[in-house]
Unconditional design. Structure first.
Length: 201
């Protein structure tokens, strides 16, 4: 199942585990451009839901909400479309098999995210994906690392001082939770938050 990401799953799998490498992965276009005038100081606002493009018949929808607090306080709703395949074409199969992976690679579950180019972008995935359950640091690292971008600032949910996990249910719904993710800029406040989603289609 192909996802509307700028970076391929294969590129994620090849990413090294260092924070600098995760930043390099973002440069391939998977993260939004910096927002003009964005401040790294704590701010509070709520973004309007992203406007998805018209869905194609036979697609699955992951409808989600990103909630952030700490360095930035923000809540944003979004929808990501997954094109069905012969292997994964129901929400139950998303729950049991994941979101798909290129041929020859281990099964994976990629956390859905607002589209690249917006205020918030989330990159996280669990590898290998073995079905419903909770996946922690080891699986996220195997998935190619993780980052959360807010405007021009990037936060690392897999830093040694942070915590992160992905939980997926049998119906394809789930939650990505992270806490105390440090920014790229030393000395700035950390970021915590959740991405929750449901599957339909």
């Amino acid at each position: 199942m192909q996802r509307s990401r700028s970076c391929s799953s294969a590129a994620l799998a090849a990413t090294t585990l260092s924070f600098a490498a995760v930043l390099g992965l973002a440069a391939c276009g998977g993260s939004p451009a910096s927002s003009a005038g964005h401040s790294n100081s704590p701010a509070a606002h709520s973004s309007a839901p992203s406007q998805p493009s018209t869905p194609i018949a036979g697609t699955l929808r992951l409808s989600g909400t990103v909630s952030l607090h700490g360095a930035v306080t923000e809540q944003q709703s979004f929808t990501e479309y997954l094109t069905d395949t012969a292997q994964i074409n129901t929400c139950a199969e998303v729950g049991s098999k994941g979101t798909g992976a290129p041929a020859g690679l281990k099964p994976e579950f990629d956390v859905p995210t607002p589209a690249a180019g917006g205020t918030v972008f989330v990159l996280a995935g669990a590898v290998p994906y073995t079905g419903p359950g909770t996946y922690t640091r080891k699986a996220l690292l195997a998935g190619g690392g993780s980052e959360v971008r807010v405007g021009g600032q990037m936060y690392n949910p897999l830093a040694t001082t942070a915590t992160a996990s992905i939980s997926v249910s049998a119906d394809g719904s789930g939650t990505f939770t992270f806490a105390s993710a440090p920014p790229l800029t030393p000395g700035k406040p950390t970021l915590s938050g959740t991405v929750t989603w449901t599957c339909s289609g």
